[in-house]
Design a protein around this ligand. Structure first.
Ligand SMILES: [Zn+2]
Length: 410
């Protein structure tokens, strides 16, 4: 009895202390898209302890009045390469002069992505992502929540057992997921690289150690193998068959076609990449050709009932902070329903990361990750370019109506 009373007193004391450090923030909403497909009207979000506690329309004097804007959950990009950047000479830089320099660029990329409304990114991924994840996780520097694969399974010489070993090591090192290259780059034709046994070993072991597996894959047979192997998500998928799309829908495999930013960004920034590795004339021609193919693919994918088309961009150097362009393209060129597009970049993306009980929806109990945009994205999807307000985990990190967002020179 006494012990219970003590415990209760301790709980009360801790709550009082937390409340003292973390005052209640109230946010007036005129219109909000809650991330799960619903529209909220004329209410106030009550934020305490970094979370949305409740919705209370009766509150009269909010801390922030966002009633002239449209409020959404913080955006989520499930496919970025947050460390990729142009170097001091303005060219794509694969090797930095120091790890410190590499980390500074990574942190800047993450920051501009946050300012563009992305409160969570999945980077697939380099070891240095882990340092950025830890730095932002300490909570001082404003940055997006980072999930990272820390590395990639690409080496075709590895035996299935060696692949399993590598995955166990990545798990030990703190990877949030496993990234696998089952196909080569589109610049080299996108042919299958890992064999079926290697793909099965990779996705099978990822599942066995409790990690999700994201596979970079292009060809129809490759994709069938990946889906049957239980891989969590397929990225790109340019040459997937309709049968492959239906199998993904049936098995609940997430599909992240990167159709509106990555190839376009490479072409816009061609001089900064040209002459490095497979960024040659042939490579650029292949990317140019892939753009209409990807658009046709996306339209085919939209027609497949139950297919979970999730938002991801494959953001590389030049694309950080412009991630929302993929969403605009999917709606304007691809014909995706704007509300479905918003769901794909919020609650569905959260579900694909297995974080649906923490982020992706404006609902009590979830993290107070939210943004406000100028305009209504359902009527005009380009509103997602105009992010005026960003809160991450209950902390306002941007409140700058009409201010110029920081951008990477590109
Ligand atoms: Zn990628």
């Amino acid at each position: 009895m006494i012990r219970t009373a003590f415990a209760l007193a301790a709980v009360v004391l801790v709550s009082v202390l937390l409340a003292a450090q973390d005052p209640t923030i109230t946010i007036r909403v005129g219109t909000a898209l809650d991330g799960s497909g619903n529209v909220l009207k004329n209410t106030t979000l009550v934020v305490e302890g970094g979370k949305i506690q409740r919705l209370d329309p009766s509150i009269r004097r909010p801390t922030y009045d966002l009633s002239e804007l449209t409020v959404l959950p913080g955006l989520i990009d499930t496919h970025v390469h947050v460390s990729w950047h142009f170097g001091p000479d303005g060219r794509f830089s694969q090797r930095d002069s120091s790890q410190a320099q590499a980390l500074a660029y990574t942190v800047e990329n993450a920051y501009v992505t946050l300012m563009a409304g992305f409160t969570t990114v999945q980077s697939v991924g380099a070891a240095i992502d882990g340092e950025a994840r830890e730095a932002f996780g300490r909570g001082l520097l404003p940055g997006p929540r980072i999930l990272t694969s820390l590395g990639q399974i690409t080496d075709t010489r590895l035996t299935p057992d060696q692949i399993r070993e590598r995955i166990r090591q990545l798990k030990k090192d703190g990877a949030d997921l496993i990234k696998i290259f089952a196909s080569g780059s589109i610049r080299d034709g996108g042919r299958q690289t890992l064999n079926d046994d290697q793909i099965q070993a990779a996705c099978g072991e990822a599942t066995a150690v409790g990690l999700r597996s994201l596979v970079h894959a292009y060809g129809p047979d490759t994709i069938m193998t990946c889906v049957r192997a239980g891989c969590t998500a397929i990225e790109h998928g340019t040459f997937v068959s309709d049968e492959g799309l239906r199998l993904m829908a049936e098995r609940g495999t997430y599909f992240d076609p990167n159709i509106g930013l990555v190839a376009q960004n490479y072409l816009e920034n061609r001089p900064k990449y040209q002459g490095i590795g497979n960024y040659n004339d042939e490579g650029f021609a292949a990317m140019e050709k892939a753009i209409p193919l990807n658009l046709a693919l996306f339209k085919r994918a939209l027609a497949v009932k139950g297919l979970k088309i999730v938002f991801g961009t494959d953001a590389v150097a030049g694309a950080h902070g412009r991630n929302a362009e993929e969403l605009i393209y999917r709606v304007q060129k691809g014909g995706q329903d704007p509300m479905a597009a918003i769901v794909s970049i919020t609650s569905l993306a959260a579900q694909s990361l297995k974080l649906q009980d923490q982020i992706g929806t404006l609902a009590p109990g979830l993290q107070a990750d939210l943004i406000a945009v100028d305009g209504d994205p359902i009527k005009d999807i380009t509103a997602v370019r105009r992010v005026q307000f960003v809160m991450k985990g209950g902390r306002v990190v941007k409140n700058a109506p009409r201010a110029q967002a920081p951008t990477r020179d590109r």
